[in-house]
Design a binder for this molecule. Structure first.
Ligand code: PXP
Length: 238
């Protein structure tokens, strides 16, 4: 399994004082040298963490892959076309939310998504859709022509009991298999951490996980390099 690390919260910390440290570019370099397979950043409409200039700088220095998370809105689509990340992950976005809540409702925006996915493909950019592990959404994702999906693992991560967690794991596993049977590449993310990653790593249909908050939080105590290395060990079972 591959590990991509979301570095948004390095920018959150930087923006708390409005200066230039800690620098997301330096973070990306450390994350890559610690063995991660890619860097994720989310250019939100309100620019609360990653800024436009960060994305352009990251594009220049990243040697693994850059996954730009974004809402499928014209303003950000335009920027993504200029940045040309290796991958765009399309997510829903609400101004008041603390983090991405829920998955993209692909069913309700099929026509629009088809159009912008075609645009990204014309620029050579791979597309992933962040969706709930729900059959209808996966079928719609296949229909609109995405290359990949990222299954939302938030319900599993936040489930209060181990019984509920097991139930969500069954659903994630079934939906990963379904997506794979449609020839979609399957990734997963949201709320994953050092304690709940193991059952996800065991799912052979899932090729990549995207993890942010838990790694950056651990880095406060251990340093970023060690925090990434520890997750690399869990994800790659080394
Ligand atoms: N994947 C997607 C699509 C996300 O929006 C986020 C949050 O930015 C993540 C993964 C990472 O979630 P977390 O920070 O909880 O690891």
């Amino acid at each position: 399994m591959r590990l991509c690390v979301n570095i948004d919260h390095v920018a959150t910390l930087r923006n708390a004082r409005g200066g230039s440290i800690p620098d997301p570019v330096e973070a990306a370099q450390i994350v890559e040298s610690a063995g991660a397979d890619g860097i994720v950043c989310h250019l939100r409409e309100d620019r609360r963490h990653i800024k436009d200039s960060d994305v352009f700088k990251l594009r220049k220095i990243i040697t693994t892959k850059l996954d730009l998370e974004m809402a499928p809105i014209p303003e950000i689509v335009k920027i993504a076309m200029k940045v040309k990340p290796d991958l765009v992950t399309l997510v829903p976005e609400k101004r008041e939310e603390l983090t991405t809540e829920g998955g993209l409702n692909v069913i309700s925006m099929k026509k629009y998504l088809k159009k912008i996915i075609r645009k990204f493909h014309n620029k050579g950019i791979t597309v992933s859709l962040f969706i709930q592990p729900v059959r209808d959404q996966i079928e719609a994702a296949k229909e609109v022509g995405t290359d990949m999906i990222e299954l939302h693992t938030g319900d599993y991560a936040n489930a209060p009991t181990s019984r509920q967690k097991r139930r969500y794991l069954v659903i994630i596993n079934q939906m990963a298999k379904l997506a794979k049977s449609f020839d979609l590449i399957v990734n997963a993310g949201h709320g994953l951490d050092y304690t709940n990653i193991k059952p996800i790593v065991a799912m052979k249909e899932i090729e990549e996980v995207s993890i942010g908050h838990a790694i950056i939080a651990k880095a406060v105590f251990t340093g970023l390099e060690e925090a990434v290395k520890e997750m690399v060990r869990l994800v790659k079972k080394v």
